[in-house]
Ligand binder design. Structure first.
Ligand code: PLP
Ligand code: LYS
Length: 412
């Protein structure tokens, strides 16, 4: 029997267990299997045995995720001062932290430069000459990496193929001179970095390799003695049941080959790959109504404020019913919609599912990456709770927000 991919990916946590969690903690509810996160990290380490694996915290910066990965020996890649603070609080040491400054606000630079004073092993990646200047203005002369704009990108959609977007990084042709300049100015120049894009599939291997080769050619051309080349993250996961998983080994092998002639360490910074398939979002059906030729609408208590990816990228997430009696129900086309009055508040369109009933619990698969992290309070909707599964136990690692949380920052 073919098992449901969401079940397979959450190992032993089948429908009855997930339904119990929904009953106990309420919905919408993110469930995150931390043991699965640890195993995903091991898979990346096995594919890239001598590389430093820095988890891209933006995929899910929850304290429980960060501290488990710190315990497992991962490093971390942070996109903001807030992520750096959260990573340090969760147990990462300064030497574990790469801070990638993308058009950084002044307050971010102030904070990270101050944190780096006590943690000289922390590394800051600058993506523009301006950023290097702004670091120098703050008296920073610590570990510096430069982000290269490789000119090509790939990913699950145009909007996430960051390698092709000229706003990220310094054009490859200008990087050697900037590295030398920064070194002459007293920075400890340690690396170069690029990121192809997010959600790379097996078909994107060549594009990713082109980016790695651009990094290799930059490293060849500089007179600065680099410690590492950071080839970014972006490794995708299958969201559709029929999609094959990403084969990491050939990517890792081609990456090693492209850098073999250089005396540099390899750094990778995956986010999604470590957490996506470790998470599901549980939700409850509140409204059932006919959708004409499209079948049935199931209005649920999760939506674009809970899981933004379908509304933002038209992203596909697998949906399954957790009800025990689904074998007795007719299958029909079900469109799962959220509670926000926007036409894009659709979590899944026209899926073959058992005819839904009010009160049914549904599970939305692969929700561990960019799920709770991109959740928001639009329409004054409190963000959901997160339950972690670890060593056979479940516990709340982020409580459900309340309306008071939303209004707490306001003044009359
Ligand atoms: C600089 C950088 N590193 C790493 C990542 C992680 O990407 P992913 O979660 O697709 O691995 C991103 C996001 O795309 C990024 O912008
Ligand atoms: N947030 C995106 C990925 C982009 C990551 C940022 N570079 C997603 O959900 O797929």
């Amino acid at each position: 029997m073919t098992r449901d991919p969401a079940v397979r990916r959450l190992d032993d946590w089948g429908a009855p267990e997930l339904r119990d969690l929904a009953n106990e903690y309420g919905t919408p509810l993110y469930v995150l299997d931390l043991d699965r996160v640890a195993r995903n990290f091991e898979r990346v380490q096995a594919a890239f045995p001598n590389a430093a694996v820095h988890y891209a915290a933006k995929a899910n910066a929850g304290r429980a995720v960060l501290s488990r990965l710190a315990t497992e020996g991962a490093g971390v890649e942070c996109a903001s001062a807030g992520e750096v603070e959260r990573a340090l609080e969760a147990g990462f040491a300064g030497e574990d932290v790469l801070y990638t400054a993308v058009n950084p606000p002044a307050a971010d630079l102030d904070t990270v430069v101050a944190l780096a004073r006590d943690r000289p092993e922390l590394t800051i990646t600058a993506g523009a000459r301006d950023t290097v200047d702004r670091l120098a203005e703050r008296g920073y002369d610590g570990r510096l990496c430069l982000r290269v704009h490789p000119g090509t990108g790939a990913g699950h959609g145009e909007s996430v193929a960051t390698g092709g977007d000229a706003s990220f990084g310094v054009p490859a042709a200008d990087v050697p001179a900037l590295l030398e300049d920064a070194s002459d100015r007293g920075f400890d120049v340690v690396g170069v970095h690029a990121h192809t894009g997010s959600g790379l599939s097996n078909e994107d291997r060549e594009s990713h390799l082109a980016v790695v080769e651009t990094l290799a050619s930059v490293a060849e051309r500089t007179t600065v003695d680099l410690e590492f080349v950071d080839v970014g993250g972006g490794f995708g996961v299958p969201y559709r049941p029929e999609e094959p998983p990403l084969d990491l080994d050939p990517i890792a092998e081609a990456t090693r080959e492209a850098l073999a002639h250089l005396d540099v360490d390899l750094v990778v910074e995956p986010g999604r790959y470590l957490v996506a398939d470790a998470g599901v979002l549980l939700t409850t059906v509140n409204t059932v109504k006919p959708a004409g030729e499209q079948g049935t609408f199931a209005g649920v208590d999760a939506g674009m404020t809970t899981l933004l990816r379908p509304a933002l990228y038209d992203a596909f997430h697998h949906v399954r019913s957790l009800e025990p009696d689904t074998a007795d129900r007719e299958e029909t086309a079900v469109t799962v919609v959220g509670p926000v009055c926007e036409s894009t508040d659709v979590l899944a369109e026209g899926r073959r599912l058992p005819e839904p009933d009010r009160g049914d619990r549904l599970a939305i698969g692969n929700a561990g990456a960019y799920g709770i992290e991109m959740a928001n309070q639009y329409t004054s909707r409190p963000r959901p709770a997160v339950v972690a599964l670890e060593h056979g136990e479940d516990r709340i690692v982020r409580r459900r927000e309340t309306t008071e949380d939303i209004t707490a920052m306001e003044e009359p």
